[in-house]
Design a protein around this ligand. Structure first.
Ligand code: DGL
Length: 269
């Protein structure tokens, strides 16, 4: 039995999952959070299914050492490939980002034409396609991997001309399908929202999986009686498997205005 005041655990391939942590902090300010970013092995989006599963398993083990009460898989590539297996292997509630994003897309789409953008691994797994189809069998689903978005975000190139051009190159084929909803199926993409919206036009609703999962986590904590029963603000710990150059700058980009204080730990993998 997990104690209510134990932390929520989140893992991601790197620092992109801090977008999910930011949403969790906004929704659940009194919860302690331990974040593990596998900065030594990022990116996952170009790796094989087996590698992603193995890394995800190790990441979950690392979080369990901090006595987390639930595990949130912030990484879309891990959620796509490893979620069923992690749930089988570990005795802790584990949530991924695919179902919350797919559910929201089905809710908001009027014309049943839904676009998915994500890493190559996530697109290849067809996880979003399956999750959308389960909820709307009539939906037309159009997928596009956008591998260059990850380095663009990590470099802070949110508004550059080059980012516009790259976004147009990736997204123009989706526009031809007249989608009215686009799922941002990667931890990094919410930071490119402005550019993506500009290319897609105002008529297309962008679905941010990070935002959706925060609501699901909140509901799960209530359902399981696991909501922290303290009134003060939570404590935050970030564990990384390697300290990248510019760690602080990159982390700040993902955390944005959340501006939290956290303890930083390094973990050997
Ligand atoms: N966190 C990854 C995801 O959401 C993106 C970065 C990577 O490729 O590792 O799929």
């Amino acid at each position: 039995m997990k104690a209510k005041n134990n932390p929520i655990g989140i893992f991601d391939s790197g620092l992109g999952g801090l977008t999910v942590m930011k949403e969790l902090i906004a929704h659940l300010p009194q919860e302690d959070i331990v974040y593990f970013g596998d900065t030594a092995r990022v990116p996952y989006g170009t790796k094989s299914k087996n590698a992603i599963i193995q890394y995800s398993r190790e990441n979950t083990q690392i979080l369990l050492e901090s006595q987390v009460k639930i595990v949130v898989v912030a990484c879309n590539s891990s959620s796509s490939y490893a979620l069923p297996l992690l749930r089988k292997e570990f005795d802790v509630p584990i949530m991924g980002v695919i179902n919350p994003g797919a559910r929201k897309a089905v809710q908001v789409s009027q014309n049943h034409q839904i676009g998915i953008i994500a890493t190559s691994a996530t697109i290849h797994s067809r996880s979003y396609n399956k999750a959308v189809k389960q909820r709307d069998s009539q939906a037309g689903i159009f997928s596009q991997p956008c591998p260059l978005f990850v380095p663009l975000v990590e470099s802070g190139w949110f508004d550059k001309k080059a980012s516009q051009l790259i976004a147009a190159e990736y997204l123009d084929p989706l526009k031809k399908h007249k989608i009215d909803t686009l799922v941002l199926g990667c931890t990094h993409y919410p930071l490119l929202k402005r550019v993506i919206q500009k290319v897609m036009g105002e008529g297309v609703t962008l679905v941010d999986s990070a935002r959706e999962i925060a609501q699901d986590v909140s509901q799960l904590l209530d359902r399981k009686g696991l909501r922290a029963d303290r009134t003060k603000k939570g404590n935050y710990k970030i564990i990384i498997s390697d300290e990248p150059q510019d760690f602080q700058k990159i982390a700040d980009r993902f955390l944005g205005d959340a501006a939290i204080c956290y303890k930083l730990h390094k973990q050997k993998i």
